[in-house]
Design a protein around this ligand. Structure first.
Ligand SMILES: CC(C)(COP(=O)(O)OP(=O)(O)OC[C@H]1O[C@@H](n2cnc3c(N)ncnc32)[C@H](O)[C@@H]1OP(=O)(O)O)[C@@H](O)C(=O)NCCC(=O)NCCS
Length: 186
């Protein structure tokens, strides 16, 4: 059941594992850094934006900071899960920033050997269900490069649609970016 509107967003530390058919989302911790460094070193992930982690130590520091599950001012939930397949291999991650307006800005990355099998769709859908059920989300957004056709298809399959020009402005979307939104329930 969706939480009542108007409740302060004080969740975040209470992040749990989420099971889907072919994978489990595990709350990301510093202990995942060494294994995730290998997963995230796949250059195919960065065809459109971002870059691979600089070192295992750099990634461990980052994951340690993110374990607070909150922004420094306490106003946002910072939620990160790694994606573990049934083979026990880690395949990527999903993440969400849930603001006081109850919008969850989502992102995701999977290593390329796992593309084209519906695993990313499963992982992102499992996170969305959890965001609505447990973290107070009432809407979702995703900002991506226009050329990132795989990511766009994934969002469209999950029911996202193009945001309005005003929403693009509010989120300071760049000229080569598109903002996708989802307002339904999980
Ligand atoms: C974006 C990204 C996660 C998408 O991964 P993906 O493998 O294309 O997505 P899915 O796992 O949902 O796979 C969908 C494809 O598998 C196919 N598929 C096979 N079995 C499927 C199933 N049971 N269910 C759904 N799709 C299935 C679909 O037909 C689909 O192919 P299509 O896109 O050609 O139609 C991946 O490309 C990625 O990590 N990219 C780099 C990082 C990135 O760009 N992140 C997003 C930044 S906004």
């Amino acid at each position: 059941m969706a939480p009542r509107a108007g409740l302060p967003v004080r969740r975040g530390r209470n992040v749990r594992a989420v099971k889907a058919q072919d994978l489990t989302l595990e709350p990301q911790t510093a202990a995942h850094a060494a294994e995730m460094f290998v997963v995230l070193s796949d250059p195919a992930i960065y065809e459109y934006e971002n870059e691979p982690p600089k070192s295992v130590e750099w990634l461990r520091d980052r994951f340690t900071r993110l374990e607070s599950r909150r922004s420094p001012d306490g106003r946002e939930q910072w939620l990160n899960w790694v994606v573990r397949l049934r083979s026990q291999q880690l395949a990527g991650y999903v993440q969400a920033t849930v603001g006081e307006d109850r919008n969850a800005a989502i992102a995701y990355e999977m290593a390329s050997p796992h593309w084209g099998r519906g695993l990313a769709s499963q992982a992102v859908q499992a996170m969305i269900d959890e965001l609505y059920e447990r973290h107070g989300a009432q809407s979702l957004t995703a900002l991506l490069k226009q050329r990132n056709a795989r990511s766009l298809r994934l969002l469209q399959r999950l029911g996202f649609s193009l945001a309005t020009p005003q929403q693009h402005l509010q989120r300071a979307a760049e000229a080569d970016e598109v903002l996708m939104t989802y307002h339904g329930s999980a």
